[in-house]
Design a binder for this molecule. Structure first.
Ligand code: ADP
Ligand code: MN
Ligand code: MN
Ligand code: MN
Length: 374
């Protein structure tokens, strides 16, 4: 089994140090998204007080060239803290903060998609947009092979693994349980978890979260996932199709509602929104993975509970459609709908912004942009 060297260091010895008092000081770990639009980075600083709100956490900076961000000599970038969580690794009173990253001229860097997302969410605050994202991921040994799979060959075909129980069906549940607890401690709005069809593929859900909170909480939940995996010496990948062949890919289904949709008679608002989405399929596909649809084209094949990347479709209880209205919502006549297209490695700021632009701001253009293109 391929686990990292540092995961095999003596964790009992580590515990002795972790229990030491900190002399009234507080460790704050700044977390941000790097220039790939997918990777997270972090660094830690000491404060001599406990910040009670995000406004009390000072701005900081990071060197841009080493995080695939800046070119040339002007390479110090601002880290602007935007949301604060409790630190489940170093425990209270220590903090994790998610940051926006800005250029030396204080403009957001290309892969800082939070900046425009926040502006759009502020514009539509009266509609109270709620999101719930289902983050699928696959755990790998450090050799890049799915964790628990035979070194040569494959596990038995899909069937027994989804929500499966038993050592021959659930690969790596320790990661899932530790991540769940750590998220709850941190204050992430995590609402559930399950194993997936492909062995060593799992999912957690965050939501319902309003507006910009969706992206902030999902990014921090991803950071916590990578950090927990690091402790165990293995790796989580958000690649939307880690294994080719008859294995499910990994998505980030995005459930969405506005206040109108959640009230009696909401179904007609849901249907109206779906009609608008149908006219802007390519625009959405472009924003639903970091390479403008290229990554997702490996996953959205029309097989393995996906729709084709080339076509838009919608239906009640239809898991082979782009958009699914949950059966219960169809019956009750109000609630929310699910956009099944976003890839596991999507940027939730881009996905939630696109949904709001099309369904609330009634944008119809097809202009798209590439971000994080490497
Ligand atoms: P699935 O049946 O597709 O696997 P899950 O149970 O995994 O569904 O995820 C459902 C998601 O829907 C959760 O993230 C939850 O927060 C979200 N959700 C529930 N109600 C709403 C709502 N009214 N608006 C937006 N999202 C919602
Ligand atoms: Mn789910
Ligand atoms: Mn799933
Ligand atoms: Mn789903």
């Amino acid at each position: 089994m391929s686990v990292s060297h540092s995961s095999r260091l003596n964790k009992g010895v580590r515990e002795q140090y972790m229990k030491l008092p900190q002399g009234g000081k507080v460790q704050v770990t700044y977390v941000w998204i790097d220039g790939t639009g997918e990777g997270v980075r972090c660094k830690t600083k000491t404060l001599d007080y406990e910040p009670k709100s995000i406004e009390e956490v000072p701005e900081w900076y990071a060197g841009g060239t080493s995080i695939y961000q800046a070119k040339g000599s002007n390479n110090d970038m601002y880290l602007t803290p935007v949301k604060m969580f409790r630190d489940p690794f170093c425990l209270d009173p220590n903090k994790l903060v998610i940051c926006e990253i800005l250029n030396y001229d204080r403009k957001p860097v290309e892969t800082n998609l939070r900046s425009t997302c926040k502006r759009v969410m502020d514009m539509v605050a009266d509609h109270h947009p709620w999101f719930g994202m289902e983050q699928e991921y696959t755990i790998l040994g450090i050799n890049g092979h799915p964790y628990g799979w035979p070194e040569n060959g494959f596990p038995g075909p899909q069937g027994p693994y989804y929500c499966g129980v038993g050592a021959d069906k659930a690969f790596g549940r320790d990661i899932v349980e530790c991540h769940y607890k750590a998220c709850l401690y941190a204050g992430i709005n995590i609402c559930g978890t399950n194993s997936e069809d492909m062995p060593s593929q799992w999912e957690f859900q965050v939501g319902p979260s309003e507006g910009i909170d969706m992206g902030d909480h999902l990014w921090m939940a991803r950071f916590i996932l990578h950090r927990v995996c690091e402790d165990f010496g293995i790796v989580a990948t958000l690649d939307p199709k880690p294994m080719t062949g008859n294995w499910n890919g990994a998505g980030c289904h995005t459930n969405y509602s506005t206040e109108n949709m959640r009230k009696e008679g909401g179904l007609k608002h849901i249907e109206k929104a779906i009609e608008k989405l149908g006219k802007r399929h390519d625009y959405h596909i472009c924003f639903y993975d970091p390479r403008g649809g290229k990554d997702n084209s490996r996953r959205l094949t029309g097989q393995h509970e996906t729709s084709s990347i080339h076509e838009f479709s919608a239906g009640v209880a239809n898991r082979a459609a782009s958009i699914r209205i949950p059966r219960q919502v169809g019956q009750e006549g109000f609630g929310y709908f699910e956009d099944r297209r976003p890839a596991a490695n999507c940027d939730p700021y881009a996905v939630t912004e696109a949904l709001v632009r099309t369904t609330i701001l009634n944008e119809t253009g097809s202009e798209t942009k590439d971000y994080g293109k490497k």
